[in-house]
Design a protein around this ligand. Sequence first.
Ligand SMILES: Nc1ncnc2c1ncn2[C@@H]1O[C@H](COP(=O)(O)OP(=O)(O)OP(=O)(O)O)[C@@H](O)[C@H]1O
Ligand SMILES: [Mg+2]
Length: 398
Amino acid sequence: MSIDASSFLFDELRETKRKLDKALKEGNRVVAARLAKRMSELLRELARFRSWSSRELLDLAKEYEELYRRLVSGESMTKPRSGAPSMRVVESEVGELDKEFDAEALKLIARADVTWSDIAGLEEAKRELMEAVFYSIARPSAPVKIEPPRRFLLYGPPGTGKTMLAMAASNMLKATFFYVSVDRVLSRYVGDSPRMISAIFRQARRLAPSVVFFDEIEVLAMRRDSDKQVATGVVQTLLTELDGFKTKTVEKPVIIIAATNKPWMLDEAIISRFDKRIYVPLPDFEARKQIFKLHLEKRGFQITGITYDELARLTEGYSGRDIRNVCQTAIMMMLRRANPDIAEKLAKIKNLSELQRETYRVEPITREELLKAIEIVKPTITREDIEKYEEWSRRYGT
Ligand SMILES: Nc1ncnc2c1ncn2[C@@H]1O[C@H](COP(=O)(O)OP(=O)(O)OP(=O)(O)O)[C@@H](O)[C@H]1O
Ligand SMILES: [Mg+2]
């Protein structure tokens, strides 16, 4: 039977059941009563967590509450009546339902081909993630037991490298990378979303080392207001899974990275589950220079009449994505200038193989083109936005 997702709850449930049977057999009423009560608590907990099979689990919980009542009131000590859902029935039913979603979870596996050197700046964030990866895999020189951080929340303005960081961490770990758009999970699986979340964790554990990346995690909190039931079920599942994480072994790590650019929408219950909350800010002068180089120089383009220092100075307040857009815009301008005749060329071309033999000119990108591109691509983030991030960071940053 493979019920990994909530295995820690199931394990305790089985163990409690075993002890309860023993206490009943030995006629130990006090111990049996305590254990019967624990059984019902565990079943109710499991029902909350696994909303799709909650009815069966709640029925079973009631049986144990009835047993508890009988035990404390001194009535006969028989077990829940036969015909009630047994542990085995509950387990197999849950297991069957899970299978459908395992296949769906596997579809979220994505390629993560970003390396640390593709990311400019963000030294602090890189170091935290590198450490997590390193201490998760490498062995200590003395027999100590450490709990490296496994649950990260990356927050900061859009387009600053959060997704890239998650991918680079995964790539370094040679991990299975699960890209989970929280918004998509909620809208595609609606009431089944909690099941889907469980399946993702189960598959991540099976295919460990894994990195599970939850993008736009704030959607959970937003939906919590509008589509209460669904989002609450997902949050509950997520929280239980994140909690269950602490106990997992070190050899095959599963690292959870969540990202948001609206951290203030998250509630404390979610925020507190993350070991590390890392601010991913707008690039500073050096990082902007680096990002320009990554998108121009490293790709073989030349610039003329302007330096990388000047470009970095002119783009204060721009995100990495804004800078990438500046570069792409400038590249297109250069190509248009260097190849003014493509319309005529295209008119003469008859088929694909002819087109494949065509060449086009590449020239240095001029100062005017870059300045024009900077003018066209306005920074997307405002000063007030930044203040909001910094304020949140002072309260919750680690
Ligand atoms: N620090 C950086 N170094 C190099 N490139 C960057 C950096 N930050 C952003 N970029 C560029 O911007 C693009 C978007 O980055 P990314 O997708 O990681 O942003 P994000 O923080 O996840 O944004 P969002 O919050 O909108 O999801 C990258 O593909 C890259 O081209
Ligand atoms: Mg992103």
